[in-house]
Design a protein around this ligand. Structure first.
Ligand code: TYD
Ligand code: ZN
Length: 411
């Protein structure tokens, strides 16, 4: 961890997609695991790594230079439950309805696999309708949650070993879906190959993830953290999956996670690209998503954003305002550690997830408190770390706003 400045010669690795040499174009500095909320007794053994994004000029993928061991990130105490947001529940119900209407209606007994099914927020919709399904989820605690709602789940990491089991017990699938999971997978070629093998010859792969163009345009650098080993563009996913006979035929923008993209691939290679996909690919090209200069600019924009944010927070401190964080998101870990914001600037962070309560934020050790600690005291400014849930939160916080409370974001 000594060398945090970039040394081009030292910082070279093979691209996870195409194996060409790649180097980071910037560093966010020393970073803990984004979702590793911790107790005081564990401060001393906290794990840190250098968070550095890379852009591959050969295959156009945006990826992390180093990702911590997945076992450090996804385990039996994984702190992320999808169902904490009402709007996300609605989103996944709509996602289910759209899949059913667009792709499964003609199938008599479709079989759907979800990789990284978390607490079952998407699959429970299939389960309720008696549709044959299987969730594959590495974090046992969240998988257990999904079983309560009748979701059939296998606990484990998707890959060569698990597909043998799935093929012999269930047969090939009509559809593989993933939501906010593909971008977590470092061995993307192996997974793409396995997905291609597990799908029948008319099968579809559909996944959605935070969208690179949104991150670049909004300077929402907080999407960059340990779990997100990739941030995809349509151009990059096309390159990855077409090698495994999965043809990209559509891309549909989504509002979730502050700007996501849903990609549709099929094994039926005769299907043509949608006009919408063509427009999206054009738009990416116009933004120069395939050029290194775009990432040099992004770096400058991040630095500018950091200076600006610190100025604002320091001003609030001078004015003796009570500033608290709203929602202990994974994303907040990048902002707090990159900008070195500790409890001098933010008193505590409120969050609705019980297992995060009475812990401290990774790296900067800001206390995490239940929602009532926020609603029952006078807060002047709430730093909205869950800016992607702004609509839902603004509705909920009318009283806070009426009292003169202000929301702040880094964007
Ligand atoms: P999300 O943006 O999905 O998090 P991440 O950056 O980790 O992907 O937000 C989920 C977190 O935000 C979760 O810890 C619960 C918290 N949260 C609240 O505390 N209050 C709210 O009203 C909402 C919508 C989320
Ligand atoms: Zn590459």
């Amino acid at each position: 961890m000594k060398n945090l400045t970039l040394n081009k010669n030292k910082n070279v690795r093979k691209c996870r997609v195409c194996s060409k040499n790649i180097s980071p174009f910037m560093t966010f500095g020393k970073m803990p695991i984004a979702n590793a909320f911790l107790k005081k007794k564990d401060f001393k053994k906290e794990y840190f790594f250098n968070l550095m994004p890379c852009f591959c000029k050969n295959c156009y993928s945006f990826q992390l230079f180093k990702q911590p061991d997945p076992k450090k990130m996804f385990h039996k105490n994984y702190a992320f439950f999808s169902k904490t947001s009402k709007n996300m529940r609605i989103h996944f119900e709509d996602f289910y309805k759209w899949i059913k209407k667009t792709y499964l209606l003609k199938k008599k007994t479709p079989f759907v696999i979800e990789i990284g099914s978390n607490d079952g927020i998407l699959l429970e919709n299939f389960a309720k309708k008696g549709i044959k399904h299987l969730g594959i989820e590495p974090s046992a605690n969240v998988a257990k949650e999904s079983a309560k709602n009748g979701v059939n789940t296998l606990v484990g990491f998707f890959g060569k070993n698990i597909i043998k089991k799935v093929l012999s017990n269930y047969g090939k699938a009509d559809m593989v879906v993933l939501a906010n999971v593909m971008c977590h997978i470092p061995k993307i070629n192996e997974v793409a190959k396995s997905i291609s093998e597990i799908l029948n010859k008319e099968g579809y792969l559909i996944f959605e993830d935070p969208y690179l163009l949104d991150v670049l345009k909004k300077v929402s650098y907080d999407q960059i953290y340990d779990e997100h080993v990739f941030i995809f563009s349509a151009l990059s996913v096309k390159n990855i999956f077409e090698k495994y006979d999965l043809k990209l035929i559509d891309a549909i923008p989504q509002e979730t996670h502050g700007g996501s993209m849903r990609y549709v691939f099929t094994k039926k290679l005769e299907i043509t690209e949608s006009p919408r996909l063509k427009r999206i690919l054009e738009k990416e090209k116009k933004y120069k998503i395939h050029k290194s200069e775009t990432y040099r600019n992004f770096k400058k924009n991040c630095e500018f954003s950091k200076v600006n944010l610190l100025k604002k927070l320091q001003k609030l401190k001078k004015l003796k305002k009570n500033v608290v964080g709203y929602a202990a998101t994974s994303k907040s870990t990048t902002i707090l550690n990159y900008c070195k914001i500790n409890k001098n600037l933010i008193n505590f962070i409120t969050d609705t997830t019980p297992i995060k309560h009475d812990t401290f934020s990774p790296g900067m050790h800001i206390p995490i408190k239940p929602y009532k600690d926020f609603s029952e005291i006078d807060v002047d400014t709430a730093f909205l770390f869950a800016w992607n849930h702004k609509k839902e939160i603004m509705k909920k916080e009318k009283k806070f706003l009426k009292k003169g409370g202000v929301f702040l974001t880094h964007l």
